[in-house]
Design a protein around this ligand. Structure first.
Ligand code: ADP
Length: 172
């Protein structure tokens, strides 16, 4: 699996799946969630509503998959990151689970190329360096055990996150 780092807008990515940093309601929000629903159109919200009706809210660390509507991607994988509170181990574990469960759901749906935003580093206030270290460790662990994803792209909206990832990914 190839890990690629980009700075930009995840809604523009031509990949099998983009990951959304959703909230437990699955019914849209601000940040990257708002951008994905705006650009993808109503089909995504409709699919999210059906999932809500079937299984209720999406717990932090879990993931669900929908159409990508009008986006160039095929699927949106909606995962819910943790809200940073005191930075305890549980919050870190939940963030790790958000990455691992998204990847798991991706491979179950035949996804080979996937793009991730910097989950929890916006409104959910996770320190960017801590979140990036967890993200990189989780995806590397996944790829060491499963080779079905061929390309994984970290899409950083902000330069600060891009620089942090750039440092982490050049370490080996
Ligand atoms: P969370 O609630 O998980 O913190 P946010 O959407 O507030 O989610 O922020 C998560 C990350 O997504 C932030 O780093 C933010 O800069 C980034 N982001 C916002 N819009 C986009 C976009 N269009 N493409 C990629 N990343 C985005």
């Amino acid at each position: 699996m190839k890990i690629i780092l980009l700075q930009g807008d995840i809604t523009k990515m031509e990949v099998d799946a983009i990951v959304n940093a959703a909230n437990t309601s699955l019914l849209g929000g601000g940040g990257v969630d708002g951008a994905i629903h705006r650009a993808g159109g109503p089909a995504i919200l409709e699919a999210c509503r059906k999932i809500r009706d079937r299984q209720g809210r999406c717990a932090p660390g879990e993931a669900v998959i929908t159409t990508a509507g009008n986006l160039p991607a095929r699927f949106v994988i909606h995962t819910v990151g943790p809200v940073w509170n005191k930075g305890n181990d549980e919050e870190k574990q939940v963030l790790r689970n958000a990455y691992l469960n998204s990847l798991d759901l991706a491979v179950k749906n035949g996804v080979q190329t996937i793009a991730f935003p910097n989950i929890s580093t916006g409104v959910y206030r996770f320190p960017k360096d801590v979140a990036a270290a967890i993200a990189v460790a989780a995806v590397k662990e996944f790829m060491s055990q499963d080779d079905r994803i061929t390309h994984l792209i970290f899409v950083c909206f902000e330069k600060e996150n891009y620089d942090i990832y750039s440092g982490l990914l050049s370490q080996n």
